[in-house]
Design a binder for this molecule. Structure first.
Ligand SMILES: CC(=O)SCCNC(=O)CCNC(=O)[C@H](O)C(C)(C)COP(=O)(O)OP(=O)(O)OC[C@H]1O[C@@H](n2cnc3c(N)ncnc32)[C@H](O)[C@@H]1OP(=O)(O)O
Length: 461
C-alpha cells in the first residue's frame, strides 16, 4: 500500500499495512477507559455521556483490547497527539460450542473507528493484527456479531447463525407438554448476587441440550468481566421500563429447570392498559420447562404481548405455538465465523455423516489456510482427520491425480458460514459460493457439515 509502513506482525497477516501516522498499541488497563468510551460513543451514538457510561460494569477484555493512535495529527489539526483513532477487543472464549464439541475462540468486540479517521484502512489493519494475534494464541476460530452485515465478509467471515425475533400475543395457545403444570414458577426481582450463579449455570447447561447433540454457537459469558456486564441492570439502560425481573421454574425436588429474564412496561394512554413483556433471555432444559416459562410469561396482568429479540431459529417456542404466524417471526444475521486455522478448526468439530473428500480453499488473508485439504470422517457424529493435499501431503480419494480437480472449491468465508452446521454447503452452492465436482459429493458434504440443532446465541457484542 503506498504511503504505508508494515505492521510488525508475523507474515501470516496477508501483508496488510497500517497507514502512515498511526500506530497500534495495547490497551491494557482501565486508565484508557475514557479514551475507549470516547471512540465508542463516536462509533455508536448513544444518549448517555461519559460520566454515566463510566459507571457501567465494563465487559472490556483489558489485555486483549488494542487501540490505534493517531501519532501525528496533520498541521492545523485541533485533535491532541496520540488520540485514539480506532480500537478493537477480543474475548477469550475457551469453551465455544461447535458441532459436537467445544473449542477455544476469539470473540471480536468493541470495534470502532472515530469518524475523523474512517475509511483509511484502520479496520483492515486491526483485522490483520487480530488474525496474527489470535493465531499466535492457538485460536482456530474468530467469531463476532456484526454492527452491519456488509462489513466482515471481505475479511473471510461467513454468516453462520441467524437469530429470530418474536412478538407473541398474550395468551397465545401452546401445544400441551406433559409435566408442565407440575413445575413451580417463581417470579423474583433480579439480583446478580443471589441469582447470577444459577442463571449462569443454566445458561451454560442448555448448550448441551438435547443431550448428545447440543447447540453450536451458544456462547456463554466465560470471562468474569463479561458475566458482570451481562448480569448488570443499570437504571440508565432501562429506557422507560421496569428493572430486570427473573422467572425460575423448578421441579418438585426444587431443581431449577429453566429461567427467563424480562422487564415489563405498560402504556396507560388509552382506557385499556397496553403492556409488553420484553424477554431478555429464556433458557429451558426440558420441554416441560419451556412450556411452563412461556405459559407464565404469556399470562401476565396488564400486558398484551411478550417480545423476544434473540432466539435460535428452532427454539422450542417455534414448535409449541399453535399459531406461529401470529408471533410475527423475523430473522437477521447474528453469529459470524472466521476460520483462522483450517486444519485445527475442522478437526475440533464433529460431523453428522461419514465423508472422504478434498476441499480446495481460497483464503486471500491467511495463506496457510489456502489450498487442498483432505477431510475424512469415518463414522456419523465422529471427528475428522484433516490433511493437506499436494506438495508433501497426501492425495485424497477425491483428487483425480496430481493437479486434478478437488471435490469442492470454496472461499474461506463459505467454509466459516457452514462451520456451525446451520448454513448448508448445498445452499451455498446454489448461490455460486461453493463449486462441486459431483452433485452427489456436494450432497454428502452438505449432510456431513450439517447439525441436527440450529446454531444460535442469545446475546451479542
Ligand atoms: C464486532 C464488532 O464490534 S462490529 C462493530 C463495528 N463498528 C461499527 O459499526 C461502528 C461504526 N463504524 C465504524 O466504527 C467504522 O466505520 C468501521 C469500524 C465499521 C470501519 O472502519 P474503517 O477504518 O473506516 O474501515 P476500513 O477503512 O479499514 O475499511 C475496510 C473495508 O471495509 C469497508 N467498510 C467499512 N465499513 C463498512 C460498513 N459499515 N459497511 C460496509 N463496508 C464497510 C470499506 O469500504 C473497506 O472496503 P474495501 O477494503 O473493500 O475497499
Amino acid at each position: 500500500m503506498a504511503g504505508s509502513r508494515p505492521l510488525s506482525l508475523p507474515r501470516d497477516t496477508g501483508g496488510m499495512t497500517l497507514p502512515d501516522g498511526y500506530r497500534i498499541i495495547p490497551l491494557d488497563d482501565r486508565a484508557r477507559l475514557d479514551d475507549v468510551l470516547e471512540v465508542d460513543t463516536w462509533a455508536f451514538p448513544i444518549e448517555h455521556g461519559l460520566d454515566e457510561l463510566r459507571q457501567l460494569p465494563s465487559p472490556l477484555p483489558w489485555g486483549r483490547m488494542w487501540g490505534i493512535e493517531a501519532v501525528e495529527p496533520p498541521a492545523g489539526s485541533l485533535a491532541p497527539a496520540n488520540a485514539l483513532a480506532g480500537m478493537y477487543g477480543a474475548y477469550d472464549l475457551r469453551a465455544f460450542p461447535v458441532p459436537g464439541d467445544e473449542t477455544a475462540c476469539s470473540w471480536v468486540t468493541w470495534v470502532g473507528v472515530h469518524p475523523s479517521h474512517r475509511r483509511r484502512g484502520l479496520l483492515r489493519s486491526m483485522i490483520a493484527h487480530h488474525f496474527a494475534e489470535a493465531r499466535g494464541r492457538g485460536e482456530s476460530l474468530s467469531v463476532l456479531n456484526a454492527a452491519e452485515a456488509g462489513i466482515y465478509g471481505r475479511f473471510g467471515y461467513g454468516h453462520a447463525a441467524p437469530t429470530l425475533s418474536l412478538t407473541v400475543p398474550r395468551g397465545a395457545e401452546l401445544r400441551p407438554v406433559a409435566g408442565s403444570d407440575a413445575l413451580r414458577g417463581e417470579f423474583l426481582t433480579w439480583d446478580p448476587e443471589a441469582h447470577g450463579d444459577l442463571v449462569g449455570a443454566l445458561h451454560r447447561s442448555v448448550a448441551q441440550v438435547p443431550v448428545g447433540i447440543g447447540r453450536p454457537g451458544w456462547a456463554t459469558w466465560e470471562t468474569p468481566e463479561l458475566r458482570r456486564a451481562q448480569d448488570a441492570d443499570p437504571a440508565i439502560l432501562h429506557r422507560g421500563k421496569e428493572a430486570l425481573r427473573l422467572l425460575v421454574v423448578s421441579d418438585a425436588s426444587g431443581q431449577a429447570q429453566g429461567y427467563a429474564r424480562f422487564r415489563r412496561s405498560v402504556n396507560w394512554d388509552g382506557a385499556v392498559p397496553d403492556g409488553t413483556v420484553e424477554v431478555r433471555d429464556i433458557v429451558a432444559l426440558t420441554p416441560a420447562a419451556a412450556h411452563r416459562l412461556w405459559s407464565l410469561l404469556l399470562d401476565l396482568d396488564l400486558t398484551n404481548r411478550a417480545t423476544v429479540d434473540m432466539l435460535p431459529v428452532d427454539d422450542p417456542i417455534m414448535h409449541l405455538l399453535i399459531d406461529v404466524r401470529a408471533a410475527e417471526p423475523r430473522l437477521r444475521d447474528l453469529v459470524w465465523v472466521r476460520i483462522l486455522d483450517l486444519p485445527a478448526a475442522l478437526a475440533a468439530r464433529r460431523y453428522a455423516a461419514p465423508i472422504d473428500l478434498v476441499l480446495d480453499v481460497h483464503d486471500a488473508l491467511i495463506p496457510e489456510n489456502a489450498g487442498r485439504w483432505r477431510v475424512t470422517v469415518t463414522e456419523a457424529f465422529g471427528p475428522a482427520s484433516v490433511e493437506r493435499v499436494g506438495a508433501g501431503g497426501v492425495l485424497g480419494a477425491g483428487v483425480r491425480g496430481a493437479g486434478g480437480v478437488a471435490d469442492l472449491v470454496l472461499d474461506i468465508d463459505a467454509l466459516g458460514a457452514a462451520h456451525l452446521g446451520s448454513t448448508s454447503l448445498a445452499a451455498l452452492a446454489l448461490a455460486g459460493r461453493v463449486e462441486a465436482r459431483d452433485p452427489r459429493v456436494l450432497a454428502a458434504a452438505a449432510v456431513a457439515w450439517s447439525w441436527p440443532i440450529a446454531a444460535g446465541a442469545d446475546w451479542e457484542f
